[in-house]
Design a protein around this ligand. Structure first.
Ligand SMILES: Cc1cc2nc3c(=O)[nH]c(=O)nc-3n(C[C@H](O)[C@H](O)[C@H](O)COP(=O)(O)O)c2cc1C
Length: 190
């Protein structure tokens, strides 16, 4: 049970990262609703550096995306409707055509992911971020172009029966808690 210490919209408490998914496919239109939410995230200079490389479970690429995951993530991601490699453009073309580093690409892409995750939660879908994968191989698999970096992966799916999870995942299949804001918010200085 999650409770807020200060009044917030319930959508922030409702979102969490389940692992139980049904294995059912997700219509492309539903997937597009998630990326539409991500589309409206704020970004430095409206640079929109997020790049989502998507593989649906009915596509040939799914096996190679799945193969990028750590075994701990494979244990539950085989039921995902889609796996996403989240990337970010780390440079932007200036007016003179030169490439300038974008210092906030990871921050902005994180904002887009959160929009996607909140939209998924509102639609009753699972969206689960993952750092447990092989980043170097991911860049090869999705053929990341110059100036783009791999940030994260995301599993998306329809909710499934938690009882089908391996025991170690079943044990943590519930919303977790947070530190109080005092541990993360400072008045003027650390
Ligand atoms: C960038 C990122 C990487 C994560 N990596 C993994 C992962 O590899 N495997 C996993 O099971 N969960 C992963 N998670 C899920 C986190 O453990 C989870 O978001 C955190 O415990 C907070 O729980 P909540 O999302 O349910 O609120 C990741 C989440 C994020 C945002």
């Amino acid at each position: 049970m999650r409770t807020a210490d200060h009044a917030i919209d319930p959508l922030f408490l409702r979102r969490w990262s389940p692992r139980a998914m049904s294995g059912a496919p997700l219509p492309t239109e539903e997937l597009h609703r998630l990326f539409e939410a991500a589309r409206w995230a704020p970004s430095s200079g409206n640079s929109q550096p997020w790049r989502f490389v998507v593989s649906r479970r009915d596509q040939e690429s799914f096996a190679s995306f799945f193969g990028l995951l750590d075994t701990g993530n494979q244990a539950w991601c085989h039921q995902a409707a889609a796996l996403v490699v989240v990337c970010a453009a780390s440079v932007r073309a200036a007016k003179d055509g030169s490439l300038k580093p974008l210092g906030t690409h990871a921050f902005d892409t994180g904002a887009a992911w959160m929009s996607l995750a909140l939209q998924a939660s509102q639609m009753g879908l699972v969206a689960h971020g993952m750092a447990g994968f092989d980043k170097v191989r991911a860049a090869e698999v999705v053929r990341v172009p110059d100036g783009v970096v791999v940030i994260c992966m995301v599993a998306i799916g329809l909710p499934g029966d938690p009882a089908a999870l391996p025991n170690d995942k079943l044990a943590i299949e519930h919303p977790n808690q947070r530190d109080p804001i005092e541990q993360h918010v400072f008045d003027g200085r650390f």
